[in-house]
Ligand binder design. Structure first.
Ligand SMILES: [Zn+2]
Length: 295
């Protein structure tokens, strides 16, 4: 089985839409050059990550958090089932793609677990009946989680995107905002513990501070950056945060696709604005970068 370990993000070129998996080297560089030699567009790594995360319908749109990819050519018998076994290290399966290589037939999967899944094959409507029972190659691509980064905001962002794709727009808005709140507390907690505050004090600061104060003075004190200096501040404070409160308190009972997309994209823009600021601050102080920070 051909297995590739990936970072759980896709970077994407906004000029030609070419997308690829984020690598260790790219984590260290600020400017990326598009992998399409005919494009050659150079863009900031944070822009590339944001474009990748906002692409919800592309073939690579949902690879973040899926940090393992299996590519394998297997033989299946048309009209019969085949069990595909996954490696023991598999924690979650995000996506399975089946591509018939030689013959024209239908293939699908059921019973997906971390152990594996069952592949069903059948003839197409008015297909060639002589193909029934024939052994033929099928290309299988599995996107899965192999490494757990232990960062709840990464999981929450994935769930938010899942809810958007499933058209649960109210839940998407709530989960987008909760992702952001978890991200803020994770980053602040990390810094407070690093400078020597104890868990009890950190807990009290985070519980008793409202969100606008977290993203502005507290972030500024710890990382020299505040959301209110960005174009995302008003979008977040006037809409996403308000919607979240209205949903939580029962005043907002439905949401549109545009509202959910607005919330999801505003949270991504806001988080990566802060991540870029954190990275700049830490780099200036000789510390490693912050994208996968945890305590
Ligand atoms: Zn490009």
């Amino acid at each position: 089985m051909d297995y590739t370990a990936l970072y759980p993000f896709t970077v994407q070129c906004s000029r030609c839409d070419r997308a690829w998996s984020f690598s260790e080297d790219e984590l260290q560089s600020v400017d990326l050059t598009c992998q399409d030699p005919d494009c050659g567009y150079t863009f900031n790594v944070y822009e590339g990550l944001k474009t990748g995360l906002k692409t919800v319908d592309g073939i690579f749109g949902n690879t973040f958090l899926a940090n393992g990819m299996h590519n394998l050519m297997i033989d299946v018998k048309i009209g019969f089932t085949t069990y595909f076994k996954l490696p023991q290290s598999t924690m979650k399966v995000y996506d399975v793609m089946l591509i018939p290589v030689r013959d024209s037939f239908k293939a699908g999967v059921v019973d997906i677990t971390t152990d594996g899944f069952l592949i069903y094959t059948s003839l197409e409507e008015s297909g060639d009946t002589t193909l029934f029972g024939k052994t033929t190659p099928l290309y299988v691509i599995v996107k899965s989680k192999i490494i757990d980064y232990d960062l709840p905001w990464l999981h929450l962002l994935q769930y938010s995107l899942d809810q958007f794709i499933q058209k649960n727009y109210l839940t998407c808005i709530l989960l987008s905002e909760i992702t952001f709140e978890n991200f803020l507390d994770t980053m602040l907690r990390h810094r407070y513990i690093n400078i020597g505050l104890d868990e009890d004090t950190v807990g009290r600061i985070l519980v008793s501070t409202n969100l606008p104060n977290k993203v502005n003075p507290l972030f500024y004190n710890m990382y020299g950056i505040k959301l209110s200096d960005s174009p995302y501040w008003k979008k977040w404070e006037k809409k996403v945060l308000k919607w979240r409160n209205d949903i939580a308190h029962g005043a907002k009972t439905s949401a549109t696709e545009d509202e959910a997309r607005f919330a999801y994209e505003t949270i991504i823009d806001s988080m990566f604005y802060l991540i870029e600021g954190i990275d700049n601050y830490l780099r200036a102080n000789g510390e490693p970068r912050g994208l996968f920070y945890k305590i």
